[in-house]
Design a protein around this ligand. Sequence first.
Ligand code: C5P
Length: 209
Amino acid sequence: MILTIAIDGPAAAGKGTLARRLAAAHNLAYLDSGSLYRGTALTLLRDNLPETDAVVVAQKLRPELLTDPELRAEATGRLASKVAAIPAVRAALLDWQRDFAKRPPGGKQGAVLDGRDIGTVVLPDAMVKLFITASDEARAMRRFKELQEKGEAAIYARVLEDMRERDARDTARSTAPMRPAEDALIIDTSALDADQVFSLAQDYIAQKI
Ligand code: C5P
């Protein structure tokens, strides 16, 4: 039996931390699907290409790019959410994500994918679906602290504004908008630490399998 866990939610809600911990606990492969959109955006930025080239870039995306440190830059995230609204870009990245879940790399027994539309579009039959969210302010504060720790100059109000803008785009787009699947467990992490979120998710997974 292949265990598939779909985790969706807005930026900086704690999806990635939870996904990595669940992958380690259940011996699953992990795919951060945002890195595919970020990789597409980063190629456009680096090669100075227009947004209209995003589909071709997504079709030819190179896996090496997906670990590039520049992937996490704020400018990359901003452009990623713009190209992610283009239906043909999403279509170009769909098989990659589904193949990863169906044939998890490294001989793993299943996969955890996180993103915005994993439980609704990419893997509607996933055994476990989680939607991880938190207040705008809690998420912006986490992102702000992360940037400070990396030694990057950051202004909290600007981080909050950027995040709201990106969430609005992800929620309003007509193709695969960010929303919880009907059968997802919603976890608000505003007042929870990573251990508490992990333990809620583990209890839910135990019920499901
Ligand atoms: O999760 P992350 O912040 O890395 O995602 C970057 C952008 O990629 C998001 O703002 C969103 O627009 C897009 N994305 C998406 N669908 C996913 C994952 C990410 O549209 N499954």
